[in-house]
Ligand binder design. Structure first.
Ligand SMILES: [Zn+2]
Length: 344
């Protein structure tokens, strides 16, 4: 187990770490408990039963879950929504208008996921069953408000870029921004941020406009679906801009030089990432990070501020976590072969 399953973010707000119960790094789920319970994200049909058990463990009857808001319809965020509706027939599922039909009939979603996962068997193994959601349970929204029974409201924001049907949710009570994948991915074990550039819908310029839109909301906390949260939004926003610019320049210069996709990918993999600590700086080639194995240890001093200088979600699949031994970063997720660490 990487981290405990259910973490308290603040009063009335919890985070369920779906990675602990899933065969892959599936979206986490946030629970807003305010008389009724609102879920931001569903996870998959594999992770959702564990989520319900964890909610019961809090002493909350799952029947109190009235509202589910998947930030977008990608299977790792909304794949378990149909399963949840089957268990909780009163559940309202709010989704971006452009995602509505895909939750009502997930066949196109599954077909496009085949491009990413290869076969239907692979999809089923990773996501479990993907059930359609009856029209009566579905509500479409873009920029708007969802009113809760206690008189509070959640603001929804149309935030394309990662996908054209992406919502971000702002809770004015806790001042938390639930950004799905509209901003970046975050690895709380190592405090790494890296871009969420999923094929095929990612759009750089639209993403930039979305980031600017979310910055103006002025949240006190950013809650990432992948994974966990941070209470220093300004650092997050400045890091996002820095990384997006870095990648955009790297890819553009490759295109200008006439490189093909494979060559640009190799160049990304060869990019050095910095594992910075307060006393030393260790650098790895990004391609090497792909080769890290569980149990591998990269020595760094006091890894209090470990961050990626350059990474791409398409090649950066290793998770790096601070070790119990405070003088190292320990690899905790499976990747490929051996560990050629490059220090200078
Ligand atoms: Zn996504």
């Amino acid at each position: 187990m990487i981290v405990p399953q259910l973490l308290k973010v603040t009063d009335g707000l919890y985070y369920f770490e779906s990675r602990t119960v899933s065969p892959f790094a599936v979206s986490g789920v946030y629970l807003i408990v305010r008389g009724e319970v609102v879920l931001i994200e569903a996870g998959t049909s594999i992770s959702v039963p564990h989520l319900l058990k964890a909610i019961e463990g809090l002493g909350i009857d799952p029947e109190r879950i009235t509202t589910l808001i998947p930030t977008h319809v990608h299977l790792d965020h909304a794949g378990g929504a149909g399963w949840l509706v089957e268990k909780l027939p009163h559940l309202k599922v709010w989704v971006h208008n452009r995602g509505l039909r895909h939750l009502a009939d997930p066949s196109r979603l599954i077909k496009s996921a085949e491009v990413l996962y290869g076969t239907r068997e692979n999809i089923a193994r990773l996501h479990g069953e993907i059930l359609p959601i009856p029209g009566d349970n579905l509500v479409g929204i873009e920029d708007g408000f969802i009113h809760l029974a206690d008189g509070s409201s959640l603001q929804t924001l149309d935030t394309p870029g990662h996908a054209p049907h992406h919502l971000t949710i702002f809770d004015p009570v806790s001042k938390s921004l639930f950004c799905g994948e509209a901003l970046v991915h975050y690895l709380p074990e190592s405090r790494l941020l890296y871009p969420a550039v999923a094929p095929p819908g990612f759009d750089l310029e639209i993403s930039r406009a979305t980031i600017e839109k979310l910055r103006t909301v002025n949240p006190a906390r950013i809650c990432f679906s992948q994974f966990g949260w941070r209470d220093d939004p300004e650092w997050v926003f400045s890091e996002i801009y820095r990384q997006l610019d870095f990648y955009a320049r790297l890819v553009k210069s490759g295109l200008d030089q006439g490189l093909d996709v494979e060559e640009i990918r190799d160049r990304l993999k060869g990019t050095r990432i910095g594992l910075r600590s307060t006393l030393t700086q260790t650098t790895l080639r990004l391609g090497d990070v792909l080769s890290l194995q569980p149990g591998d240890v990269i020595p760094v001093d006091l890894p209090e501020q470990v961050m990626v200088d350059a990474a791409s979600t398409s090649v950066f699949s290793a998770r790096i976590g601070t070790s119990r031994n405070r003088n190292a970063v320990e690899i905790i997720a499976p990747t490929k072969s051996t560990l050629p660490v490059n220090q200078n």
